[in-house]
Design a protein around this ligand. Structure first.
Ligand SMILES: C[S@@+](CC[C@H](N)C(=O)[O-])C[C@H]1O[C@@H](n2cnc3c(N)ncnc32)[C@H](O)[C@@H]1O
Length: 404
């Protein structure tokens, strides 16, 4: 019996590219072509494909835990400023004096806070998402932890071969993750919960962070959970890594999970770094799955993207028409020496989903109520979600020296 490529793709939920790659690397044998040049697959190929999928799902890809540790930037995140750190640093070094405390109050991954932390500043890091807050507990606190215990738990969890279905496999298997990985994620998260009594809060946060980062590595997505790719192509096995901690830098740091507009009324810092969402894409929607796994309340999920039904607590005004008003309110309450704002020119202000919610004029006008503003621009290749290339993309930094 001869089978067409399209049928193989549908049967196994594989992309054409994956099939061709497997042929190219010799994992499956090369199919003959018919008179039209179409590849014709046989029973033997089907068996080889099944074997490959099984192998990819089950292969042990455990890294050597001694030499591969998790770094703060080892994750995909919309709007991450990891590639902009040199630019941010240069602007601050050349234009700001007397910076001892830096507040990164829309912290996301925390990479900007991490930059200043490594330079010996005290940092304040905040985000509304619980999943990010878990990661701040990992990277920015210095509560003592038992590193051997963490390593051995991670080692055991990596070796577990769970068989029973669980919340994650039932709700997310075969979509964002292979059935195998989904089962493992659910199992690992449940184990972390069961171990809670013998863990400090930070140790638990470290295990959760390790899981969230590992999920990102095997997720069948373009870097967020608004959607999964139609073809399930991520067959790597989920592997937890031990975070590379530098607690000696963390004394005096503060971390929060608050609405930045509320937090700003309670804190003081020399430099406030402000990196709000730019458009109507809510981070709580894009990262609902990380919130779900970190909170572990096992809520009902809905729709094709399988989001938690209730996400109202993680909705941001910065993704709505209220953004300029929220930004003005935020800026008016800042108690510090400088405000550094990241915003980009990817889209003009407008009502579309990807349009910016605050215009450059509004940002400048609002900042000028506090003091003089300088503007810095750089070419930047952003983390985009699709194949579209945005010409002339610039990342812009607005620096305001607070005088009033
Ligand atoms: C552009 S991202 C920040 C990216 C970050 N600078 C990085 O490099 O990873 C914006 C962040 O603001 C958070 N956020 C949105 N509204 C917020 C609010 N009102 N208060 C605190 N955080 C908020 C989002 O969850 C998201 O992580």
């Amino acid at each position: 019996m001869e089978i067409r490529t399209k049928e193989i793709m549908e049967e196994f939920n594989l992309s054409r590219q994956t099939l061709y790659n497997w042929v190219k690397e010799g994992t499956i044998s090369k199919p003959k072509k018919d008179w039209r040049g179409w590849r014709m697959w046989t029973e033997q190929h089907v068996e080889e494909i099944k074997k490959t999928i099984r192998f990819k799902e089950e292969q042990l890809s455990l890294p050597n835990l001694n030499d591969k540790k998790l770094q703060i930037n080892n994750r995909r995140y919309l709007g991450s400023k990891y590639k902009l750190l040199d630019f941010i640093r240069k602007i601050v070094v050349e234009n700001c004096q007397g910076i001892e405390t830096v507040a990164d109050i829309f912290g996301g991954t925390g990479v900007v806070a991490d930059l200043f932390n490594r330079e010996g500043k005290n940092i304040i890091v905040n985000d509304i998402l619980y999943s990010n807050y878990m990661s701040y507990w990992t990277w920015f606190r210095n509560d003592p932890i038992n590193e051997d215990k963490i390593s051995s738990i991670i080692h055991e969890l990596n070796h577990a071969e769970p068989e029973e279905e669980n919340y994650v496999s039932k709700n997310f298997g075969g979509t964002y993750f292979t059935q195998y990985n989904a089962k493992k994620i659910g199992y690992i998260r449940e184990q972390i919960e069961l171990l809670s009594e013998s863990l400090t809060f930070r140790e638990k946060a470290i295990l959760i962070t390790s899981l969230l980062y590992a999920m990102d590595k095997v997720a069948n997505t373009v870097g967020h959970y608004d959607a999964y790719r139609r073809k399930l192509d991520s067959f790597n096995k989920l592997t937890l890594l031990v975070p590379d901690l530098n607690d000696e830098w963390n004394e005096g740091n503060q971390i929060y999970k608050e609405d930045a507009n509320e937090l700003v009324k309670q804190i003081r810092a020399d430099l406030f770094y402000i990196d709000t969402p730019y458009n109507s894409r809510q981070y709580g929607d894009a990262y609902h799955l990380l919130e779900n796994i970190s909170e572990w309340k096992k809520p009902e999920v809905t729709g094709v993207a399988r989001k938690m039904v209730n996400r109202s607590h993680i909705k941001s005004d910065y993704c709505t028409m209220k953004a300029p008003q929220a930004f003005a309110d935020l800026v008016s309450h800042i108690d510090g020496k400088y405000i550094l704002v990241s915003y980009n020119n990817m889209a003009k202000k407008g009502v579309g989903r990807s349009n910016a919610k605050i215009s450059a004029e509004e940002i400048i006008g609002i900042l000028e109520t506090r003091g003089p503003v300088q503007i810095f621009e750089t070419e930047f290749h952003p983390f985009t979600t699709g194949k579209s290339t945005i010409e002339d993309h610039k990342e812009i930094l607005y620096l305001c020296e607070i005088r009033r």
